[in-house]
Design a protein around this ligand. Structure first.
Ligand code: BTN
Length: 239
């Protein structure tokens, strides 16, 4: 598939702009005044330094459960795009859809369903070298990793990969992407705690990977939603 790109210098959130879009529209901004993350978090991104965009994708050909796996596919597309620009780095996908390099987050994905459409909001840290204290210990960027590229280059690679991954996902569901996801899976073999809310006990165990229906397998149990706490990403806890 191909995309139609709409650009703004400043906006509140490209995910909000994308509500006006149809399948194939992409909204890009150099600065977001109210960038949004998953679970009502904010997305902090230095103006003009990072890629912040939202793509509108039709998911009506898949049933609701199958369509819910699109965020996993989006994370995969980002990892593939970044690997094209930085072949020496090991980009990993952390279920459900963060992209990590060296256990630090380089990209976040916020997918929001609206009827037959999904708004896939993608934030990639490209040129930002310093991050606010609250995220500095777990964030990184291509520049911090020694890769100097323009936002245009990242956007081009990302939209090419996203188009290709979306087509494969539409034709074969997430199962068609599973081998690639397994190759990039950050959590397989790692002890994790998955929480639905900040105040619940969560499900703790060793991650066995991701299933074809998109579930995270934790000690043999399938988990369909939740968040892996940053503390669980300490490499010392890899089993
Ligand atoms: C997360 O990791 O919590 C998801 C972050 C998603 C950020 C992107 S930036 C482009 C789009 N617009 C937003 O307001 N959020 C997403």
């Amino acid at each position: 598939m191909t995309f139609r790109v709409h650009r703004k210098t400043v906006t509140e959130s490209t995910n909000l702009d994308a509500r006006a879009g149809v399948h194939g529209d992409v909204y890009v901004a150099l600065e977001q005044t109210a960038g949004r993350g998953r679970l009502d978090h904010r997305w902090l991104s230095a103006p003009g330094e990072n890629l912040t965009l939202s793509a509108v994708l039709d998911v009506s050909r898949l049933d609701v459960a199958a369509a819910a796996t699109l965020p996993l596919a989006v994370g995969l597309a980002v990892a593939a795009a970044l690997e094209r620009l930085a072949p020496g780095l090991d980009f990993r996908v952390k279920w459900p859809n963060d992209v990590l390099v060296g256990w630090r987050k380089i990209c976040g994905v916020l997918c929001e369903r609206r009827g037959n459409l999904v708004i896939a909001g993608i934030g990639v840290n490209v040129r930002q070298r310093e991050f606010p204290d609250e995220i500095a210990f777990r964030a990184t960027s291509l520049a911090q990793q020694g890769i100097e590229v323009s936002l245009d280059e990242v956007e081009r690679a990302l939209l090419e990969e996203l188009g290709g991954v979306y087509d494969r996902w539409l034709a074969g569901g997430f199962g068609a992407l599973l081998p690639e996801f397994a190759r990039r899976d950050a959590l397989k073999g790692v002890r994790v705690k998955v929480r639905q809310r900040d105040d619940d006990d969560g499900v703790e165990g060793v991650c066995g990977g991701v299933a074809a229906d998109g579930a995270l397998i934790v000690d043999g149990r399938a988990v369909y939603a939740g968040e892996i706490g940053p503390l669980n990403l300490d490499p010392a806890r890899i089993v």
